[in-house]
Design a protein around this ligand. Structure first.
Ligand code: TPP
Ligand code: MG
Length: 406
């Protein structure tokens, strides 16, 4: 065989290899399968198998496609995703009624990310994200009333009505951060503290496809890998950063491969089962002392970037409609529950009704809560006990002394 034909065969086999490598990630919400039957007992574990293209791994072996679940767990995932969507829809309506003002970024369509992660981690683990934060705030120990009241600027809000959409915290949830990318190094810092204090917990630091190009993200990656911090960087790739598509902003849209020496995993985050399995695997990875991991959760936001963006000028209505009708994480799980006989249509309707009632009640209670009093504008600014003796307002004349007056 001449050199030319050897080269031709080599180039053809390279092309074939490339074809296999380039096979797209599965982003359909309902391709997980059950072999056999689900057990009668709702707390008895059984095994599901994910679609073989649910994960793409880089510098690591992908997690098992077999996922252990129980009926109770699956129903819980459905309840949580449905309730989070209801809450975001309520926020949308309150905003449109002009009762919520200012910034407000909703995560409708991305529920499998927050609920999937929460279902796989321990209450003591830490999480930090950007401004699309309402579901995380509730799932990490807040409440629907606390989130909605915060959006409405009422005393019952998680920051006493003085923070707004991006400023919600719990002992294990570090916000809610409005500066794109800034939460990533903070997340690495939280992970450093976990390791330094030998806490045996892990930190999830989430950011978007748009944020992924920031220098500080790579600086955080470097330090996390250098010190093998127990941190999971989660790139929530919802395909857009404001009105700019991932392809227009990123020279490499395979975000899971951008951590240099940090291994990465791309995940179908429209399928809640895959999101759960990836988060569980990643948590264990960091707790085993293997250092940081980069998860790319491929997802989609249905609404605009924020309430001021209709969301239809940089993508087609068809695209949004297609995602809603064919890849919705809640509809996907609903199909699983029905197909596998986990629950009945009536029970699902009952859960939907309960979610609506819970959110309606939270809206009513949040609306009934009073606005903060003027005197409270001077409180909750500094960590308790570290307040200075006087504070300045917007103008010099607004300075206020907190020295004892006797
Ligand atoms: C440092 C900084 N630059 C710009 C902005 C304005 N901004 C807010 S959100 C956003 C897009 C971020 O997109 P992505 O990271 O993909 O997150 P997503 O909104 O899709 O969840 C931009 C540019 C900002 N808040 N902070
Ligand atoms: Mg984005």
């Amino acid at each position: 065989m001449g050199l030319v034909s050897v080269a031709r065969i080599a180039s053809r086999s390279a092309r074939l290899t490339r074809t296999v490598v380039a096979r797209g990630l599965q982003t359909t919400a309902d391709t997980t399968s059950l072999h056999g039957r689900a057990p009668e007992d709702k707390s008895e574990p059984f095994t599901l198998t994910l679609h073989e293209d649910s994960f793409h791994a880089h510098r690591m072996d992908a997690p098992s496609l077999d996922v252990e679940v129980t009926k109770d767990m699956l129903i819980g995932l459905y309840r949580d995703m449905t309730t989070m969507r209801r809450m975001e829809m309520a926020a949308d309506a309150l905003y449109k009624a002009k009762l919520i003002r200012g910034f407000c970024h909703l995560a409708i369509g991305q529920e499998a990310v927050s609920v999937g992660i929460e279902s796989a981690i321990a209450p003591e683990d830490k999480l930090i994200t950007a401004y699309r934060c309402h579901p995380f705030a509730v799932l990490r120990g807040g409440s629907i009333k606390g989130v909605l009241a915060e959006l409405l600027g009422r005393q019952a809000g998680m920051s006493n009505g003085k923070g707004g959409s991006m400023h919600m915290f719990t002992p294990t949830f570090f916000g809610g951060n409005g500066i794109v990318g800034a939460q990533v190094p903070v997340g690495a810092g939280i992970a450093f503290a976990q390791k330094y204090l030998s806490k045996g917990t892990t930190t999830f630091a989430l950011y978007g496809d748009g944020a992924s190009n920031q220098g500080q993200v790579f600086e955080a990656f470097n330090m996390a890998k250098l010190w093998d911090l127990p941190v999971i960087f989660v790139c929530e790739n919802n395909k857009y950063g404001m009105g700019t598509s991932a392809e227009r902003s990123s020279s490499n849209t395979e975000y899971f491969k951008r951590g240099d020496l940090i291994p990465g995993l791309q995940v179908n985050a429209m399928d809640i089962i895959a999101a759960h399995q990836a988060a569980k695997f990643a948590r264990q990875w960091t707790l085993d002392g293997k250092g940081p991991l980069l998860l790319e959760f491929v997802t989609y936001r249905y609404g605009g970037h924020s309430m001021s963006d209709p969301g239809t000028t940089y993508r087609t209505r068809d695209e949004i409609q297609r995602m809603r009708s064919t890849q919705d994480p809640i509809k996907g799980l609903q199909k699983y529950l029905e197909d596998w006989g986990v629950t009945t249509e009536e029970e699902l309707k009952r859960i939907d009704k309960q979610a609506k009632a819970e959110v309606d009640q939270a809206v009513a209670e949040a609306k009934a809560s009073p606005e903060p009093e003027l005197k409270d504008l001077w409180t909750d600014i500094y960590y308790k006990g570290t307040e200075p003796s006087y504070m300045r307002g917007r103008e010099r004349e607004e300075a206020r002394s907190f020295l004892p007056t006797h």
